[in-house]
Design a protein. Structure first.
Length: 287
C-alpha cells in the first residue's frame, strides 16, 4: 500500500529546491542596464539658461573689481571688444524725421555693449517732439533695440502747436502733412478739459451733420464753437452739454430751408436760446 503523505512531502521538497535554484541564479546573473531613448531629431529643442543674467552681472562685477586693483585701463580694453554695431529702430512712423532721430542715436554707436546707458537713450528719444514713448533694450552681442510710439495728433493747439490724443501739447513739425485738423484754443492748464469738451460736443453735433472747426475756452469760462457749416455757438460751461443737446433736438425738427441761414446760436441762457439769422440781403436778425 502506497503512503500518500510521503509522496506529497517529496513533491513539495522538490518544488522548493527548484524555486531556491531560480532565486540563486537570478541573484548571480548580471543586471540589465536601462536605456532611455534620446532621439530628438523630430523635436524642437529650446535651450533655456535661467541664470544667464546672473552670469552677465557677475562678469561685469568681476571687471569692476579688477578695475579697482588694476585701474580702468584693463576694463576699458575688455569692454572695447564689444562695441555697439547696430541700433535697431522699430515702429510705424509718419512724422518722425529720420535725420534728427539718427543724429540722436548715432552718439551711442561709440559706446560698448556693457556700458551703454539705456535710460539716457530713452530720454533722448522721448525728447523728440513726435515721439510719445520709447522702450529700449540690448540684444547680445552688439545691438541696441529701440521701440518707438509716435504721437497721434488730435488737433492744432492755438496757432503754432499740436495736441495729441493723450492730451499732450507738443511742438509738432511738418504740420502741413497733417491735412485739416480742428483748432482748439485755451490756457495750457485746461488742455484736458478742452479736449474732453471738443470730443463730447463734436459727437453731439455729428448727429445732425455738423462738425467742429474751432473750439475756444474764453476767459469767462464759456465756449465759442465754430462748425464747418458756418454756424457759431456761444455756450456757458455750466450744463453746456445739456444745452447743446437741446439745440440738436431743435435742429432735427427745423425745416431744411432754414438751416443754411443760421449764423449764431447763443446757449448761455438758463432756459431757451437765441438764434441770429443770416438774411439774403446781408443783414441779420436775432430770434
Amino acid at each position: 500500500m502506497i503512503d500518500n503523505s510521503n509522496v506529497t512531502k517529496k513533491r513539495e521538497n522538490a518544488s522548493k529546491k527548484k524555486q531556491q535554484q531560480k532565486i540563486v541564479a537570478s541573484a548571480a546573473a548580471p543586471k540589465k542596464q536601462r536605456h532611455v531613448a534620446t532621439d530628438l531629431s523630430e523635436k524642437n529643442v529650446e535651450f533655456v539658461f535661467p541664470y544667464l543674467h546672473l552670469i552677465a552681472a557677475f562678469f561685469v562685477f568681476s571687471l569692476t573689481v579688477l578695475s579697482l586693483f588694476f585701474g580702468n585701463t584693463l576694463t576699458n580694453r575688455i569692454f572695447s571688444q564689444y562695441p555697439i554695431e547696430t541700433v535697431k529702430v522699430i515702429g510705424e512712423f509718419r512724422f518722425i524725421e529720420r535725420q534728427k532721430l539718427e543724429k540722436v542715436l548715432n552718439i551711442y554707436l561709440t559706446d560698448n555693449f556693457f556700458q551703454v546707458d539705456l535710460n539716457n537713450v530713452k530720454e533722448q528719444a522721448e525728447a523728440l517732439p513726435w515721439i510719445e514713448q520709447a522702450w529700449v533694450k540690448k540684444s547680445w552681442p552688439d545691438t541696441v533695440e529701440l521701440i518707438l510710439q509716435e504721437r497721434k495728433p488730435l488737433a492744432s493747439w492755438g496757432d503754432s502747436q499740436l495736441i495729441s490724443e493723450r492730451k499732450e501739447i507738443f511742438d509738432g513739425e511738418r504740420v502741413n502733412q497733417l491735412g485739416t485738423l480742428p483748432v482748439l484754443y485755451g490756457a495750457d492748464d485746461y488742455a484736458s478739459l478742452v479736449v474732453d469738451r471738443y470730443l463730447e460736443m463734436n459727437t453731439l453735433l455729428n448727429q445732425v451733420g455738423l462738425t467742429i472747426k474751432t473750439l475756444e475756452l474764453e476767459e469767462r469760462f464759456s465756449w465759442r464753437v465754430a462748425v464747418s457749416e458756418g454756424i457759431t455757438f456761444v455756450i456757458s460751461e455750466e450744463r453746456c452739454l445739456e444745452k447743446l443737446k437741446g439745440f440738436v433736438g431743435l435742429y432735427k425738427k427745423m425745416p431744411e430751408v432754414d438751416k443754411p441761414y443760421i449764423k449764431q446760436v447763443d446757449l448761455r441762457y438758463d432756459n431757451g436760446l437765441a438764434i441770429k439769422w443770416k438774411k439774403k440781403n446781408g443783414n441779420s436778425n436775432a430770434a
